[in-house]
Ligand binder design. Structure first.
Ligand code: AMP
Ligand code: MN
Ligand code: MN
Length: 328
């Protein structure tokens, strides 16, 4: 009940605005792109002008999802739209900071701000906050939004939302996959989503250089605490050697996670000022969101992230030592 009134309030706010701008978290993943563009297309289809603003180039593997017409990258354009009374909706983003510097800086120009998300660590950064930690993906919530308002989907929207759910559930393998997740996914397929095409675009078009990078990274594998904790890393040098980008490290944490006996996986990659850590838990008793929040990050119980501003050896040692505390 509370949820449907939130949905109605969001829809009313969108309808009464001249325009809606949908934004999402930095380093966007398939749920970020799928739920933001899915929402924008859904609003547009129902007579509300809506566009997505991204402050950085999108990962190549997500470009297949993107409708160029509904996406813009220029800060000037963002400022102009916000000054003209656009409503700002952020999706799949736990904190105001993770909206990225450009949105963060211009945030106060928005007529109103709405936060739609499924992260347990969400800070309720919007004026209106619709946060559902039980949802497998923000895309699952956007489907609920559409369904609750009896809006019509088309195959483009269905593909976007399906991609978000597929990716955030690790292709329906993770503990966030619920009966609802599968029912929503089935409805999306009935509405025109093409599961084979989406999986193919997201997972089965891996360039050779990315596998070369993966093989280098595998050599860095460390198993700690009787093999219950696995760590692996990628340095900037390894990216240079293989001609890869940071985005090409996606999926490496899942390789660590797949190792027998590993309960907690940490993948560490070098960024400009330190290291970005992706944490995954395979044990329902072990909460990596609280682990990540210790380092100033966040996410979900089973998947979270944080950064460490230090050198690689210190970062790896810090994670290894601290991870002993969460093994139950
Ligand atoms: P990643 O390891 O980057 O794939 O992130 C795993 C999950 O945690 C995703 O849902 C991210 O959106 C979330 N996440 C990653 N880093 C942070 C952070 N610094 N603060 C809050 N959530 C994060
Ligand atoms: Mn995301
Ligand atoms: Mn998500």
């Amino acid at each position: 009940v509370a949820e449907s009134s939130k949905i109605a309030a969001i829809y009313d706010a969108a309808k009464s605005s001249k325009e809606v701008i949908v934004v999402t978290h930095i380093s966007p993943d398939a749920d970020a792109v799928g739920s933001s563009l899915g929402l924008a297309l859904l609003l547009e289809k129902n007579g509300i002008e809506a566009n997505c603003f991204f402050s950085e180039k999108l990962p190549v593997k997500l470009l297949s999802l993107v409708d160029k017409n509904r996406v813009f990258f220029a800060e000037d354009e963002l400022i102009e739209k916000l000054n003209n009374g656009a409503l700002l909706i952020g999706v799949d983003c736990a904190t105001k900071k993770r909206l990225g510097e450009v949105v963060y800086k211009n945030f106060s120009l928005a007529k109103a701000t709405i936060n739609i998300d499924h992260h347990a660590s969400n800070e309720n950064w919007g004026e209106l906050n619709w946060v559902v930690p039980d949802a497998a993906a923000t895309a699952e919530m956007i489907f609920g939004f559409s369904n609750s308002l009896s809006l019509k989907l088309n195959s483009d929207i269905a593909n976007l939302l399906y991609a978000g759910i597929l990716d955030d559930t690790g292709s329906f393998c993770f503990s966030n996959t619920s009966g609802k997740t599968l029912r929503v996914s089935a409805d999306l397929i009935d509405a025109g989503a093409n599961p084979a095409e989406i999986s193919n675009n997201l997972y089965f078009q891996v360039p050779e250089k990315v596998w070369r990078l993966r093989s280098k990274s595998l050599l860095t594998l460390r198993l700690e605490h009787q093999g219950r904790v696995g760590l692996m890393f990628v340095t900037q040098e390894m990216l240079n050697e293989t001609g890869c980008l940071s985005e090409d490290t996606e999926g490496l944490v899942d390789i660590i996670r797949s190792i027998q006996g590993v309960e907690v996986a940490f993948f560490v990659r070098e960024i400009e000022n330190g290291f970005k850590v992706s944490a995954r838990s395979k044990n329902p008793e072990i909460d990596v969101n609280s682990f990540a929040s210790f380092f100033g990050g966040g996410g979900h119980k089973a998947a979270a992230g944080f950064t460490i501003v230090d050198n690689l050896d210190t970062a790896l040692d810090l994670i290894t030592k601290k991870s002993k505390d969460i093994l139950v």
